[in-house]
Design a protein around this ligand. Structure first.
Ligand code: B12
Length: 214
């Protein structure tokens, strides 16, 4: 790993939010690949933070400061990812499900989809089933992307799919699911159209699912 990536990763782990924008900009100026900055420094740092939290070495406040730092770093990389393609490949609604406030991964997926030419309507976090159904009716997206980071909120994804069926909307929108505790088996079990382990897979899937328009 280059010094730049190492320094950025350490800054996120240490929650040094005042420094992060400058560090990421320096890495970009030095010609580092934005994808490497995201995957090998920013996301890699959050993996360490998550493990330290799981092991009881750090607590919610530290995790939060690292999250703020990660988001500030992403903001600097964002312009390098978006705006590449001009013709819209389709519309995507992105949201984190009810009860879940984690949004870093969802934001990253939104950014990458935008960069790949999709029109993304990011509805934010803690979205109830009713609100999501409302928005699907109004926006009529090609894809509904749902994110969950807690094992306790994963079942909300199934509730959303159930409500889409009940409202006669299930065949009008493709449902994509993701988030750290979600996997392919769960996605198949709840009847989602696809599962993506990361933002790059999300883009690949979205392209495949909207194949006719791409
Ligand atoms: C940052 C963080 C927080 C921050 C969130 C800030 C924010 N704005 O998002 C704060 C401090 C607020 C927080 C709070 C909590 N957290 Co938290 N958090 C994390 C942490 C460390 C990192 C998550 C993250 O951002 N990862 C980086 C991103 C880039 O990865 P990602 O989200 O997985 O997204 C990628 C993929 O999953 C995928 N993806 C994501 N969404 C989607 C959607 C689609 C459609 C697709 C295709 C793909 C996709 O693509 C993304 C990009 O590659 C994780 C640990 C971890 N490693 O996951 C714990 C973790 C998720 N949190 C945990 C817990 C327990 C909590 C709290 C309950 C703690 C508490 N006691 O209060 C609260 C819950 C709050 C709530 N109601 O949501 C646990 C969950 C355990 C479990 N089994 O459910 C974890 C796993 C930590 C741990 N090891 O115990 N948390």
């Amino acid at each position: 790993m280059t010094d730049h990536l190492h320094t950025i990763k350490a800054a996120v782990i240490g929650g040094r939010h005042g420094e992060i924008k400058g560090l990421v900009q320096q890495a970009l100026d030095a010609g580092l690949d934005p994808a490497a900055i995201i995957n090998d420094a920013l996301i890699a740092a959050m993996d360490v933070v998550g493990k330290d939290f799981g092991d009881g070495k750090i607590f919610v406040p530290e995790m939060l400061v690292s999250a703020v730092t990660m988001k500030a770093g992403l903001d600097v990389v964002k312009p390098c990812l978006t705006g590449g393609e001009s013709q819209s490949r389709g519309t995507v609604i992105m949201a984190t499900v009810k009860g879940d406030l984690h949004d870093i991964g969802k934001n990253l997926v939104s950014m990458m989809l935008e960069g790949a030419g999709f029109k993304v309507m990011d509805l934010g976090t803690d979205l109830s089933v009713d609100k999501l159904i409302d928005q699907v009716k109004t926006i009529q997206p090609d894809i509904l992307g749902l994110s969950a980071l807690l094992t306790t909120t994963m079942p909300e994804m199934q509730n959303v799919i159930g409500a889409l069926k009940a409202q006669g909307l299930r065949d009008k929108v493709k449902v994509l699911v993701g988030g750290a505790p979600v996997d392919r088996v769960f996605a198949e079990k709840i009847g989602a159209d696809g599962y993506g382990a990361n933002a790059a897979e999300a883009v690949e899937l979205a392209r495949r699912l909207t194949g006719a328009k791409a």
